[in-house]
Design a protein around this ligand. Structure first.
Ligand code: GS8
Length: 221
């Protein structure tokens, strides 16, 4: 009998997208179940009782939560393990990949939420801070095609949804652009050329409508 793989997800979630990239890269068939985050399903509450958030991967009935942990699981699990590793074999390099993926998850996420929630000078300052983070990441990329080298690695999977969403959907006046960060935009284009990534982008019009409604809701909070 084959493995049963269920993903509890939300169509626009950057975290859900990380997991889907990993599943696509590994060619794993899965049942994508859309959650209504304002009326969470009993299954989600049962599978992620601590955070009650998507994404949750349910592998043969057992839940794995937190996107980066799920991504590592997908690459490490012996059921799906093959020759394209997510993390370097060298322990020091591996620790560095985890450090930068965590940086994207914590620092970049915090600044991105500031961009969302603020206006005027505060928003502009947050955009500049985001770009400083992008500069640091650029140094990590160096001359490699991907952070992971010739293949996607943990930092690529962590960062793709953030940069690609901002860039592709021209969110926040296209502040991540070719003039300001040519190397990261070139990287982002390289990633979006991959079939495993491009097929996951939600429809632009639907995404933009959702984002603009969310902004209005935030203003009225
Ligand atoms: C974040 C997941 C998350 O924020 C991860 O998986 O990496 N650190 C976690 N999920 C959101 C949807 S995406 O914006 C979520 O499920 N929100 C529902 C809620 O907060 O109630």
């Amino acid at each position: 009998m084959g493995d049963e793989v269920i993903l509890l997800n939300f169509w626009l979630s950057p975290y859900g997208m990380r997991v889907r990239i990993a599943l696509e890269e590994k060619g794993i068939k899965f049942d994508n179940r859309e959650e209504d985050l304002s009326h969470k399903s009993p299954l989600l509450l049962q599978m992620n009782p601590v955070h009650k958030k998507i994404p949750v991967l349910i592998h043969n009935g057992k839940p794995i939560c937190e996107s980066l942990i799920v991504v590592e699981y997908i690459y490490i699990d012996e059921v799906w393990n093959d020759k394209s590793p997510l993390l370097p074999s060298d322990p020091y390099q591996r620790s560095q990949a985890r450090f930068w993926a965590n940086y994207v998850d914590t620092k970049m996420y915090e600044i991105a939420s500031m961009i969302w929630r603020s206006e005027g000078e505060e928003k502009e300052a947050a955009k500049e801070e985001f770009l400083e983070g992008v500069q640091l990441l650029k140094e990590q990329l160096g001359d490699k095609p991907y952070f992971g080298g010739d293949n996607l690695g943990l930092v690529d999977v962590a960062l793709i949804p953030f940069i690609c969403y901002y860039h592709n959907y021209n969110i926040c006046d296209n502040f991540i652009n070719e003039a300001r960060c040519p190397k990261i935009i070139a990287w982002s284009k390289r990633c979006t050329l991959k079939q495993t990534v491009s097929k996951l982008f939600p429809e632009e019009k639907r995404a933009k409508e959702f984002v603009s409604q969310k902004r209005k809701d935030l203003k009225n909070e």
